[in-house]
Design a protein around this ligand. Structure first.
Ligand code: FE2
Ligand code: FE2
Length: 482
Protein backbone atom coordinates (compact mmCIF):
# COMPACT_ATOMS: atom_id res chain seq x y z
CA UNK A 1 0.00 0.00 0.00
CA UNK A 2 1.29 3.46 -0.90
CA UNK A 3 0.50 4.84 2.54
CA UNK A 4 2.11 8.26 2.23
CA UNK A 5 1.21 9.02 -1.40
CA UNK A 6 -0.72 12.16 -0.53
CA UNK A 7 2.00 13.54 1.75
CA UNK A 8 4.70 12.76 -0.84
CA UNK A 9 2.79 14.41 -3.67
CA UNK A 10 2.06 17.52 -1.63
CA UNK A 11 5.76 17.94 -0.84
CA UNK A 12 6.83 17.25 -4.42
CA UNK A 13 4.34 19.87 -5.59
CA UNK A 14 5.90 22.32 -3.11
CA UNK A 15 9.28 21.90 -4.81
CA UNK A 16 7.90 21.84 -8.33
CA UNK A 17 7.87 18.09 -8.87
CA UNK A 18 4.18 17.44 -9.34
CA UNK A 19 4.88 15.09 -12.22
CA UNK A 20 6.79 12.68 -10.01
CA UNK A 21 5.04 9.40 -9.37
CA UNK A 22 4.86 7.14 -6.38
CA UNK A 23 7.59 4.91 -7.75
CA UNK A 24 10.81 4.50 -5.78
CA UNK A 25 13.66 6.79 -6.78
CA UNK A 26 15.41 5.78 -9.97
CA UNK A 27 19.12 5.97 -10.67
CA UNK A 28 20.42 9.53 -10.67
CA UNK A 29 22.77 8.81 -13.51
CA UNK A 30 25.73 9.39 -11.23
CA UNK A 31 26.47 5.70 -10.87
CA UNK A 32 25.19 2.84 -8.76
CA UNK A 33 26.31 4.38 -5.48
CA UNK A 34 24.46 7.61 -6.15
CA UNK A 35 21.00 6.08 -6.13
CA UNK A 36 18.99 7.38 -3.20
CA UNK A 37 18.50 4.36 -0.99
CA UNK A 38 17.40 4.45 2.59
CA UNK A 39 18.89 1.49 4.37
CA UNK A 40 16.99 -0.11 7.19
CA UNK A 41 18.96 -2.13 9.68
CA UNK A 42 18.25 -5.85 9.46
CA UNK A 43 17.22 -5.70 13.11
CA UNK A 44 14.30 -3.51 12.28
CA UNK A 45 13.57 -4.92 8.87
CA UNK A 46 12.86 -8.38 10.27
CA UNK A 47 10.80 -9.71 13.12
CA UNK A 48 13.88 -10.63 15.15
CA UNK A 49 13.81 -9.41 18.77
CA UNK A 50 15.97 -6.38 19.61
CA UNK A 51 19.29 -7.13 21.30
CA UNK A 52 18.50 -4.91 24.28
CA UNK A 53 16.41 -7.66 25.80
CA UNK A 54 19.41 -9.98 26.08
CA UNK A 55 20.59 -10.79 29.60
CA UNK A 56 23.69 -8.99 30.77
CA UNK A 57 26.70 -11.26 31.16
CA UNK A 58 27.81 -11.66 34.78
CA UNK A 59 30.92 -9.66 35.51
CA UNK A 60 33.09 -9.59 38.60
CA UNK A 61 32.25 -6.56 40.74
CA UNK A 62 34.52 -3.67 39.97
CA UNK A 63 35.91 -5.01 36.71
CA UNK A 64 34.90 -3.97 33.22
CA UNK A 65 31.25 -2.96 32.72
CA UNK A 66 29.35 -3.13 36.03
CA UNK A 67 25.56 -3.27 36.27
CA UNK A 68 24.16 -1.81 39.50
CA UNK A 69 20.94 -2.89 41.19
CA UNK A 70 19.10 0.19 39.91
CA UNK A 71 20.03 -0.70 36.33
CA UNK A 72 22.82 1.86 35.97
CA UNK A 73 25.93 0.73 34.09
CA UNK A 74 29.40 2.06 34.77
CA UNK A 75 32.87 1.23 33.50
CA UNK A 76 35.16 0.19 36.34
CA UNK A 77 38.08 -0.76 34.14
CA UNK A 78 38.83 -0.70 30.44
CA UNK A 79 37.96 -3.86 28.55
CA UNK A 80 38.59 -5.22 25.11
CA UNK A 81 35.33 -5.57 23.24
CA UNK A 82 34.37 -8.21 20.73
CA UNK A 83 34.51 -6.33 17.43
CA UNK A 84 32.30 -8.82 15.64
CA UNK A 85 29.47 -7.19 13.69
CA UNK A 86 26.35 -9.34 13.86
CA UNK A 87 24.95 -8.10 10.58
CA UNK A 88 25.09 -10.28 7.45
CA UNK A 89 27.85 -9.52 4.95
CA UNK A 90 27.10 -8.03 1.55
CA UNK A 91 26.43 -10.85 -0.90
CA UNK A 92 26.95 -8.83 -4.06
CA UNK A 93 23.39 -9.34 -5.22
CA UNK A 94 21.94 -6.32 -3.38
CA UNK A 95 20.19 -3.65 -5.42
CA UNK A 96 22.20 -0.72 -4.04
CA UNK A 97 25.88 -1.12 -3.14
CA UNK A 98 28.06 1.58 -1.59
CA UNK A 99 30.62 -1.17 -0.81
CA UNK A 100 31.26 -4.64 -2.17
CA UNK A 101 33.73 -6.19 0.31
CA UNK A 102 35.15 -5.34 3.75
CA UNK A 103 38.22 -3.96 1.96
CA UNK A 104 36.03 -1.05 0.81
CA UNK A 105 35.33 -0.07 4.44
CA UNK A 106 38.48 1.71 5.54
CA UNK A 107 37.22 4.96 7.05
CA UNK A 108 37.62 3.51 10.58
CA UNK A 109 39.04 0.26 12.01
CA UNK A 110 36.96 -2.95 12.02
CA UNK A 111 34.85 -2.11 9.00
CA UNK A 112 32.47 -4.60 7.47
CA UNK A 113 30.50 -4.32 4.26
CA UNK A 114 27.07 -5.34 5.50
CA UNK A 115 23.81 -6.23 3.81
CA UNK A 116 20.44 -4.82 4.71
CA UNK A 117 16.91 -4.51 3.47
CA UNK A 118 15.11 -1.17 3.15
CA UNK A 119 11.84 -0.05 1.69
CA UNK A 120 13.50 0.62 -1.65
CA UNK A 121 15.19 -2.76 -1.75
CA UNK A 122 18.35 -4.50 -0.60
CA UNK A 123 21.57 -2.56 -0.07
CA UNK A 124 25.20 -2.86 1.05
CA UNK A 125 26.90 -0.30 3.26
CA UNK A 126 29.89 -0.03 5.62
CA UNK A 127 29.40 -0.70 9.33
CA UNK A 128 32.19 -0.06 11.82
CA UNK A 129 32.95 -1.66 15.19
CA UNK A 130 35.77 -1.33 17.76
CA UNK A 131 37.85 -3.40 20.18
CA UNK A 132 39.44 -0.72 22.36
CA UNK A 133 39.22 3.02 22.93
CA UNK A 134 42.24 3.43 20.66
CA UNK A 135 40.06 2.38 17.72
CA UNK A 136 37.78 5.34 18.45
CA UNK A 137 40.19 8.26 18.77
CA UNK A 138 40.46 11.12 21.26
CA UNK A 139 37.47 11.84 23.50
CA UNK A 140 35.75 8.59 22.55
CA UNK A 141 35.38 5.18 24.15
CA UNK A 142 34.56 1.76 22.76
CA UNK A 143 31.22 0.58 24.17
CA UNK A 144 30.90 -3.20 23.93
CA UNK A 145 28.01 -4.86 22.17
CA UNK A 146 25.18 -5.85 24.53
CA UNK A 147 26.17 -3.37 27.26
CA UNK A 148 23.19 -1.80 29.00
CA UNK A 149 20.54 -0.50 26.61
CA UNK A 150 22.90 -0.27 23.63
CA UNK A 151 20.92 -1.53 20.68
CA UNK A 152 23.65 -1.81 18.05
CA UNK A 153 24.61 -5.32 16.93
CA UNK A 154 28.26 -4.45 17.35
CA UNK A 155 30.55 -2.42 19.62
CA UNK A 156 30.31 1.34 18.99
CA UNK A 157 32.46 4.40 19.64
CA UNK A 158 30.72 6.81 22.05
CA UNK A 159 31.62 10.28 23.35
CA UNK A 160 33.54 9.97 26.62
CA UNK A 161 34.26 12.65 29.24
CA UNK A 162 35.64 9.85 31.47
CA UNK A 163 37.32 6.56 30.68
CA UNK A 164 36.79 4.58 33.87
CA UNK A 165 35.57 5.14 37.46
CA UNK A 166 39.09 6.25 38.36
CA UNK A 167 38.45 9.45 36.37
CA UNK A 168 35.43 10.31 38.55
CA UNK A 169 36.37 11.23 42.12
CA UNK A 170 34.02 9.52 44.57
CA UNK A 171 31.59 8.46 41.85
CA UNK A 172 31.38 6.32 38.74
CA UNK A 173 31.90 6.68 35.00
CA UNK A 174 28.37 5.93 33.82
CA UNK A 175 27.15 4.69 30.46
CA UNK A 176 24.30 6.66 28.90
CA UNK A 177 22.49 5.37 25.82
CA UNK A 178 19.96 8.01 24.85
CA UNK A 179 17.83 7.81 21.74
CA UNK A 180 16.05 11.15 21.47
CA UNK A 181 13.88 10.08 18.55
CA UNK A 182 16.31 11.40 15.98
CA UNK A 183 19.58 9.74 16.89
CA UNK A 184 21.23 7.70 19.60
CA UNK A 185 23.77 9.42 21.83
CA UNK A 186 26.13 6.93 23.46
CA UNK A 187 28.12 8.63 26.20
CA UNK A 188 30.42 7.87 29.11
CA UNK A 189 30.14 10.56 31.81
CA UNK A 190 30.90 10.91 35.53
CA UNK A 191 27.92 10.89 37.85
CA UNK A 192 28.06 13.91 40.16
CA UNK A 193 26.19 15.49 43.09
CA UNK A 194 24.75 18.06 40.70
CA UNK A 195 22.99 15.41 38.59
CA UNK A 196 19.24 15.97 38.25
CA UNK A 197 18.59 12.20 38.41
CA UNK A 198 20.45 9.15 39.62
CA UNK A 199 18.63 6.45 37.67
CA UNK A 200 15.59 5.93 35.42
CA UNK A 201 13.50 5.39 38.55
CA UNK A 202 13.95 9.09 39.42
CA UNK A 203 12.39 10.07 36.11
CA UNK A 204 9.39 7.77 36.20
CA UNK A 205 6.60 9.50 34.34
CA UNK A 206 8.11 12.95 34.57
CA UNK A 207 6.92 15.18 31.73
CA UNK A 208 10.59 15.79 31.05
CA UNK A 209 11.10 12.14 30.19
CA UNK A 210 11.49 8.68 31.55
CA UNK A 211 15.20 8.06 31.02
CA UNK A 212 18.08 9.38 33.13
CA UNK A 213 20.73 10.19 30.53
CA UNK A 214 23.94 12.18 30.22
CA UNK A 215 23.45 15.00 27.78
CA UNK A 216 24.41 18.63 27.26
CA UNK A 217 25.50 21.19 24.71
CA UNK A 218 28.03 20.03 22.14
CA UNK A 219 31.56 20.39 23.51
CA UNK A 220 30.41 20.93 27.10
CA UNK A 221 30.55 18.41 29.93
CA UNK A 222 27.30 16.41 29.90
CA UNK A 223 25.03 16.29 32.94
CA UNK A 224 22.67 13.51 33.98
CA UNK A 225 19.03 14.56 33.57
CA UNK A 226 15.63 13.12 32.71
CA UNK A 227 14.89 13.02 29.01
CA UNK A 228 12.47 11.48 26.59
CA UNK A 229 11.97 11.20 22.89
CA UNK A 230 12.23 14.83 21.96
CA UNK A 231 12.69 14.78 18.23
CA UNK A 232 10.45 14.26 15.20
CA UNK A 233 7.34 15.81 16.72
CA UNK A 234 7.13 18.77 14.44
CA UNK A 235 9.90 21.33 14.48
CA UNK A 236 12.01 21.28 17.65
CA UNK A 237 13.68 24.26 19.32
CA UNK A 238 17.37 23.39 19.17
CA UNK A 239 19.85 25.55 21.06
CA UNK A 240 23.54 24.64 21.13
CA UNK A 241 22.73 21.22 19.71
CA UNK A 242 20.15 20.44 22.38
CA UNK A 243 16.39 20.20 22.10
CA UNK A 244 14.83 22.69 24.54
CA UNK A 245 11.28 22.98 25.86
CA UNK A 246 9.42 24.66 28.72
CA UNK A 247 8.61 22.81 31.92
CA UNK A 248 4.91 22.31 32.66
CA UNK A 249 3.10 24.30 35.32
CA UNK A 250 -0.49 24.69 36.49
CA UNK A 251 -2.29 27.22 34.30
CA UNK A 252 -5.50 27.18 32.26
CA UNK A 253 -4.74 29.69 29.51
CA UNK A 254 -2.99 27.23 27.18
CA UNK A 255 -5.84 24.77 26.80
CA UNK A 256 -8.02 24.18 23.75
CA UNK A 257 -11.70 23.36 24.43
CA UNK A 258 -11.40 19.61 23.93
CA UNK A 259 -13.43 17.08 25.89
CA UNK A 260 -13.32 13.28 25.53
CA UNK A 261 -13.97 10.28 27.72
CA UNK A 262 -11.06 8.99 29.80
CA UNK A 263 -12.91 7.37 32.69
CA UNK A 264 -12.20 3.83 31.51
CA UNK A 265 -8.41 4.34 31.73
CA UNK A 266 -6.69 2.91 34.81
CA UNK A 267 -4.82 5.46 36.95
CA UNK A 268 -1.23 4.34 36.14
CA UNK A 269 -1.93 4.35 32.40
CA UNK A 270 -3.55 7.77 32.65
CA UNK A 271 -0.47 9.21 34.34
CA UNK A 272 1.88 7.78 31.73
CA UNK A 273 -0.26 8.80 28.74
CA UNK A 274 -0.73 12.29 30.20
CA UNK A 275 3.05 12.59 30.64
CA UNK A 276 3.55 11.61 27.01
CA UNK A 277 1.12 14.29 25.79
CA UNK A 278 2.60 16.86 28.18
CA UNK A 279 6.01 16.22 26.58
CA UNK A 280 4.50 16.64 23.09
CA UNK A 281 2.70 19.81 24.21
CA UNK A 282 6.02 21.23 25.40
CA UNK A 283 7.56 20.40 22.02
CA UNK A 284 4.69 22.06 20.14
CA UNK A 285 5.04 25.13 22.38
CA UNK A 286 8.80 25.19 21.64
CA UNK A 287 8.00 24.98 17.91
CA UNK A 288 6.48 28.49 18.17
CA UNK A 289 9.90 29.80 19.19
CA UNK A 290 11.55 27.63 16.56
CA UNK A 291 9.47 29.20 13.77
CA UNK A 292 10.02 32.70 15.16
CA UNK A 293 13.77 32.04 15.04
CA UNK A 294 13.41 30.52 11.58
CA UNK A 295 11.77 33.75 10.40
CA UNK A 296 14.68 35.78 11.73
CA UNK A 297 17.12 33.49 9.93
CA UNK A 298 15.15 33.87 6.69
CA UNK A 299 15.27 37.65 7.05
CA UNK A 300 19.00 37.60 7.78
CA UNK A 301 19.65 35.46 4.69
CA UNK A 302 17.45 37.55 2.36
CA UNK A 303 14.67 35.02 1.74
CA UNK A 304 11.62 35.80 -0.45
CA UNK A 305 8.40 37.21 1.06
CA UNK A 306 6.44 34.01 0.42
CA UNK A 307 8.66 31.98 2.76
CA UNK A 308 8.39 34.64 5.50
CA UNK A 309 4.61 34.73 5.23
CA UNK A 310 4.36 30.94 5.50
CA UNK A 311 6.73 30.87 8.47
CA UNK A 312 4.43 33.30 10.31
CA UNK A 313 1.42 31.10 9.56
CA UNK A 314 3.31 28.03 10.77
CA UNK A 315 4.17 29.73 14.08
CA UNK A 316 0.47 30.49 14.59
CA UNK A 317 -0.40 26.87 13.81
CA UNK A 318 2.03 25.75 16.51
CA UNK A 319 0.23 27.90 19.10
CA UNK A 320 -2.91 25.88 18.39
CA UNK A 321 -1.02 22.57 18.37
CA UNK A 322 0.35 23.38 21.82
CA UNK A 323 -3.12 24.31 23.09
CA UNK A 324 -4.57 21.03 21.80
CA UNK A 325 -1.79 18.93 23.32
CA UNK A 326 -1.93 20.74 26.69
CA UNK A 327 -5.68 20.13 26.66
CA UNK A 328 -5.15 16.41 25.99
CA UNK A 329 -2.50 16.13 28.72
CA UNK A 330 -4.71 18.05 31.18
CA UNK A 331 -7.80 16.00 30.40
CA UNK A 332 -6.07 12.63 30.68
CA UNK A 333 -3.91 13.59 33.67
CA UNK A 334 -6.75 15.26 35.57
CA UNK A 335 -4.59 18.34 36.21
CA UNK A 336 -4.75 21.51 34.15
CA UNK A 337 -1.30 22.37 32.88
CA UNK A 338 0.41 24.73 30.46
CA UNK A 339 3.96 25.86 29.76
CA UNK A 340 6.30 27.64 32.14
CA UNK A 341 8.79 30.25 30.85
CA UNK A 342 10.98 29.36 27.87
CA UNK A 343 14.12 31.51 28.18
CA UNK A 344 15.84 29.56 25.38
CA UNK A 345 13.42 31.21 22.93
CA UNK A 346 15.80 34.17 22.74
CA UNK A 347 19.09 32.27 22.72
CA UNK A 348 21.80 33.34 20.29
CA UNK A 349 20.94 32.42 16.71
CA UNK A 350 23.19 31.13 13.91
CA UNK A 351 22.65 32.80 10.55
CA UNK A 352 25.47 31.28 8.48
CA UNK A 353 24.38 29.25 5.46
CA UNK A 354 25.81 25.93 6.64
CA UNK A 355 24.16 26.01 10.10
CA UNK A 356 20.90 27.20 8.57
CA UNK A 357 20.77 24.46 5.92
CA UNK A 358 21.82 21.67 8.30
CA UNK A 359 19.13 22.51 10.83
CA UNK A 360 16.57 23.09 8.07
CA UNK A 361 17.18 19.56 6.73
CA UNK A 362 17.16 17.76 10.08
CA UNK A 363 14.41 19.72 11.84
CA UNK A 364 12.29 20.75 8.87
CA UNK A 365 12.66 18.54 5.80
CA UNK A 366 13.08 15.34 7.80
CA UNK A 367 11.64 16.25 11.22
CA UNK A 368 8.44 17.90 10.02
CA UNK A 369 7.90 15.33 7.25
CA UNK A 370 8.17 12.43 9.69
CA UNK A 371 6.13 14.43 12.20
CA UNK A 372 3.35 14.76 9.63
CA UNK A 373 3.48 11.02 8.81
CA UNK A 374 3.45 10.17 12.51
CA UNK A 375 0.59 12.58 13.10
CA UNK A 376 -1.46 10.86 10.39
CA UNK A 377 -0.96 7.48 12.06
CA UNK A 378 -1.82 8.83 15.50
CA UNK A 379 -4.99 10.50 14.20
CA UNK A 380 -6.04 7.25 12.48
CA UNK A 381 -5.40 5.21 15.62
CA UNK A 382 -7.32 7.19 18.25
CA UNK A 383 -10.90 6.13 18.90
CA UNK A 384 -12.59 9.32 20.05
CA UNK A 385 -13.94 11.25 17.06
CA UNK A 386 -13.28 14.74 18.43
CA UNK A 387 -9.77 13.83 19.57
CA UNK A 388 -9.08 12.20 16.19
CA UNK A 389 -10.26 15.30 14.32
CA UNK A 390 -8.05 17.60 16.42
CA UNK A 391 -5.01 15.39 15.83
CA UNK A 392 -5.78 15.05 12.11
CA UNK A 393 -5.83 18.86 11.87
CA UNK A 394 -2.39 18.98 13.48
CA UNK A 395 -1.07 16.35 11.05
CA UNK A 396 -2.41 18.32 8.08
CA UNK A 397 -0.73 21.49 9.29
CA UNK A 398 2.53 19.65 9.99
CA UNK A 399 2.46 18.52 6.34
CA UNK A 400 2.24 22.20 5.31
CA UNK A 401 5.18 22.98 7.58
CA UNK A 402 7.13 20.16 5.92
CA UNK A 403 6.31 21.64 2.51
CA UNK A 404 7.61 25.01 3.73
CA UNK A 405 10.87 23.35 4.80
CA UNK A 406 11.36 21.70 1.40
CA UNK A 407 10.54 24.95 -0.44
CA UNK A 408 13.01 26.79 1.75
CA UNK A 409 15.69 24.20 1.04
CA UNK A 410 15.08 24.57 -2.68
CA UNK A 411 15.50 28.33 -2.36
CA UNK A 412 18.68 27.93 -0.26
CA UNK A 413 20.22 25.53 -2.81
CA UNK A 414 19.52 28.01 -5.60
CA UNK A 415 20.69 31.01 -3.60
CA UNK A 416 23.84 29.61 -1.99
CA UNK A 417 25.00 26.88 -4.39
CA UNK A 418 27.62 24.31 -3.43
CA UNK A 419 27.97 25.48 0.17
CA UNK A 420 24.28 24.80 0.80
CA UNK A 421 24.25 21.65 -1.33
CA UNK A 422 27.14 20.06 0.59
CA UNK A 423 25.62 21.00 3.95
CA UNK A 424 22.28 19.51 2.90
CA UNK A 425 23.89 16.28 1.68
CA UNK A 426 25.71 15.88 5.01
CA UNK A 427 22.57 16.58 6.99
CA UNK A 428 20.44 14.11 5.01
CA UNK A 429 23.08 11.43 5.54
CA UNK A 430 22.96 12.16 9.29
CA UNK A 431 19.18 12.01 9.28
CA UNK A 432 19.21 8.68 7.45
CA UNK A 433 21.49 7.14 10.06
CA UNK A 434 19.29 8.49 12.88
CA UNK A 435 16.37 6.35 11.90
CA UNK A 436 18.01 3.01 11.27
CA UNK A 437 16.86 1.84 14.68
CA UNK A 438 13.56 1.91 16.46
CA UNK A 439 13.16 4.54 19.19
CA UNK A 440 13.42 3.28 22.79
CA UNK A 441 10.52 1.46 24.33
CA UNK A 442 7.88 3.89 25.57
CA UNK A 443 6.79 3.82 29.23
CA UNK A 444 3.30 3.13 27.90
CA UNK A 445 1.74 2.20 24.57
CA UNK A 446 -1.87 3.13 23.98
CA UNK A 447 -3.00 3.79 20.43
CA UNK A 448 -6.52 4.72 21.57
CA UNK A 449 -5.01 7.83 23.14
CA UNK A 450 -2.33 8.48 20.57
CA UNK A 451 0.74 6.75 22.02
CA UNK A 452 2.23 4.48 19.36
CA UNK A 453 4.65 1.68 20.22
CA UNK A 454 8.38 2.02 19.57
CA UNK A 455 8.36 -0.60 16.80
CA UNK A 456 5.39 0.98 15.08
CA UNK A 457 7.07 4.38 15.26
CA UNK A 458 10.39 3.07 13.98
CA UNK A 459 8.73 1.27 11.07
CA UNK A 460 6.54 4.21 10.03
CA UNK A 461 9.45 6.63 10.15
CA UNK A 462 11.58 4.42 7.92
CA UNK A 463 8.65 3.98 5.56
CA UNK A 464 8.11 7.76 5.39
CA UNK A 465 11.83 8.28 4.80
CA UNK A 466 11.72 5.93 1.84
CA UNK A 467 8.37 6.89 0.39
CA UNK A 468 8.38 10.63 1.05
CA UNK A 469 11.78 12.05 1.98
CA UNK A 470 13.89 10.08 -0.52
CA UNK A 471 11.89 11.12 -3.63
CA UNK A 472 12.07 14.77 -2.50
CA UNK A 473 15.82 14.47 -1.92
CA UNK A 474 16.19 13.11 -5.42
CA UNK A 475 13.92 15.76 -6.89
CA UNK A 476 16.27 18.42 -5.54
CA UNK A 477 19.22 16.61 -7.11
CA UNK A 478 20.71 15.65 -3.75
CA UNK A 479 21.97 12.11 -3.98
CA UNK A 480 23.89 11.76 -0.75
CA UNK A 481 22.07 8.70 0.50
CA UNK A 482 23.61 5.45 -0.60
FE1 FE2 B 1 5.14 21.99 12.81
FE1 FE2 C 1 3.17 21.32 15.53
Amino acid sequence: MDRYRSLRLSLLVAIGGAACSASPPASSGAGEGAVVAIPTSPASATAEPPPDGEPEPEKPKGIGWVTEKNGNIHRATRVTCDATIDIPACTGTEKHQSCKTDADCTEHPHGKCTSGVGQVGTYCGCTYSCETDDDCGSGKACICKGTGALRARHAVCGDASCGTDADCKGSTCGLSTYFNGCYEQVTLACRTKEDKCKSDADCGISPLGSSCVATGPRGAKPTWQCASMSCVIGRPLVVEGEVRAARPRARADWRAPLVFDVEHLAAPAREAIAAHHAAIAAMEHASIASFARFSLQLLALGAPAELLAEAQTAARDEVEHARVEYAIASRIGGRIIGPDKLPDATARLATDVVSFVESLVVEGCVGETLGAAEGQEVARAVKDEGLGAALAQIAEEEARHAALAWKTLQWALDAFGDEAREAAARAFERARAMHEKDPPKMPVENEEFGVLGARTLGALRRQALCEVVAPCVQKLGLVAWS
